[in-house]
Design a protein around this ligand. Structure first.
Ligand code: GDP
Ligand code: IMO
Ligand code: MG
Length: 427
């Protein structure tokens, strides 16, 4: 009863969508366990580029059942938009290939308004403004609405109305913002509920049965270790567990079922939103790594379009990701972007007030003062985008991968050399 987990090992946007899509070819079920439509997972199939926010990346595989687990927070309006886009592209999204947990919490208009209001204050951290933090707050405070309530649109509408009225008082008093139209919100959500209801299911039961039958389950993480509410760079984090524990709570599956934990890293680092970023680069090098936005893979957020901050590869952070999650292997993406850069740099330790730190610090104030200690490696000039096996890669690229493996104590089993499905090297 094997579960393969795929998690972001950096700050998000490592290429989880494209690797999930690749691994989904051999999976029976692909399940999202955390986050919501703050995620943006890009899958490139030929000349088509899809950006998924809520749908699991198994949606393009004919024989996959896709699950949106109880650990996810669901915006029903954005879910239906995304469903319609994928349907229009010719892929089925029906209750036969998609189930939504009735225990998932619903993101309401008030959550989104509060997220926007908070972000406009000095307390903002650069969220995606999808209402994620406020939806999880209500869940923890036990006043959230669960997706199962969408089976009764009238009652659901009453609760959406009451929630919106409650939020309106906060919006007006605390943030001096105009109130939301609670009646319109209730009507809009009730209409969406009627369309979402057929997808609702007891997804934990579905998973238990599938595991008992020996089916192969792939758990698709959103966000990443450094954005994890407990283990990330708090408070510059998201509001769910993006680390391996989130799989157990976010799907309701037993720990022993997890047999493989694949970490995802880019061949360099990016971060979108505020917070410490030890290897961050500025100037020409940053522009070179980020790209101008002319290519679909350039470093601009898949959800918000914001330019991503970029930096050299951080092996201290990766080691922490390996330890926190027990990563059994690593997939490394965007190797092609490093082509032509010479020398390459990898951060092997942090320098903090003259002290050399080899472990990632939990204290955000320490982290904010850390400076990178770099090791230089020779770059390569050869185009790698046509590589299909590790031996096709230039010796310098193989040495770069080997150094990451040695520093983080994890084996790189997949490397990508372009965004398209075929541009993947496995070993
Ligand atoms: P996710 O959130 O982890 O799924 O990653 P995103 O989709 O937000 O960001 C990854 C970006 O890199 C997307 O635009 C992908 O199409 C692109 N990408 C993934 N792997 C590669 C690769 O090997 N080379 C290039 N050039 N782009 C890649
Ligand atoms: P994927 O799954 C990168 C970041 C936001 C912000 C912080 C909190 O595509 O890797 P939130 O809206 O969650 O309250 O924002 O987390 N963030 C992401 N950054 N990739 C993501 O998802 C992210 N989801 C949230 O930029 O800094
Ligand atoms: Mg993304």
């Amino acid at each position: 009863m094997p579960i393969t987990v795929l998690l972001g090992a950096q700050w998000g946007d490592e290429g989880k969508g494209r690797i999930t899509d690749a691994l989904a070819a051999d999976a029976d079920i692909v399940a999202r366990f955390n986050g919501g439509d703050n995620a943006g997972h890009t899958i490139t199939i030929g000349s088509s580029v899809f950006k998924l926010h809520l749908l699991p990346a198994g949606i393009f595989r004919e024989r996959c059942l896709n699950i949106i687990g109880n650990g996810v927070v669901l915006n029903p309006i954005n879910f239906l938009k995304e469903r319609d886009e994928i349907l229009a592209a010719g892929f089925p999204v029906t209750p036969d290939n998609l189930q939504i947990s009735e225990a998932a919490h619903v993101i309401l208009p008030g959550h989104i308004a509060l997220d926007a209001a908070r972000e406009a204050t000095r307390g903002g951290i650069g969220t995606t403004q999808r209402g994620i933090g406020f939806a999880y707050s209500d869940k923890a405070a036990r006043i959230g609405l669960r997706a199962g309530l969408m089976r009764e649109p009238e009652r659901f509408a009453e609760d959406v109305y009451a929630h919106t009225e409650r939020v309106n008082r906060v919006l007006e008093r605390e943030y001096e913002r105009p109130p939301l139209d609670a009646r319109a919100a209730a009507a809009e959500y009730a209409a969406a509920a009627r369309q979402v209801a057929p997808y609702l299911a007891n997804t934990a039961r579905t998973l238990h049965r599938a595991l008992a039958e020996g089916k192969r389950v792939l758990a698709e993480g959103a966000q990443a270790v450094m954005l994890d509410i407990d283990h990330g760079t708090y408070p510059f984090v998201t509001s769910s567990n993006a680390t391996v524990g989130g799989v157990l709570t976010g799907l309701g599956v037993p720990a022993q079922a997890v047999t493989r934990v694949v970490g995802m890293a880019k061949a360099f680092c990016t971060r979108v939103g505020a917070g410490p970023f030890v290897t961050e680069l500025g100037g020409e090098l940053a522009l070179r790594l980020r790209g101008t936005g002319a290519n679909p893979w350039d470093e601009y957020g898949a959800t918000t379009g914001r330019p991503r901050r970029v930096g050299w590869f951080d092996a201290v952070a990766l080691r922490y990701a390996v330890q926190t999650n027990g990563l059994t292997e690593l997939a490394l993406t965007k190797l092609d972007i490093l082509t032509g850069l010479d020398p390459l740099r990898i951060c092997v330790a942090y320098s903090y007030r003259g002290e050399c730190l080899e472990d990632f610090p939990q204290d955000g104030e320490v982290l904010a003062q850390c400076r990178p200690v770099y090791e230089e490696l020779p770059g390569w000039r050869e185009d790698v985008t046509a590589a299909r096996s590790f031996s096709d890669l230039p010796a310098e690229a193989r040495a770069y991968i080997a150094r990451i493996e040695a520093l983080a104590q994890v084996r790189v089993t997949m490397a990508s050399v372009g965004p398209e499905r075929m541009q993947l090297v496995t070993r």
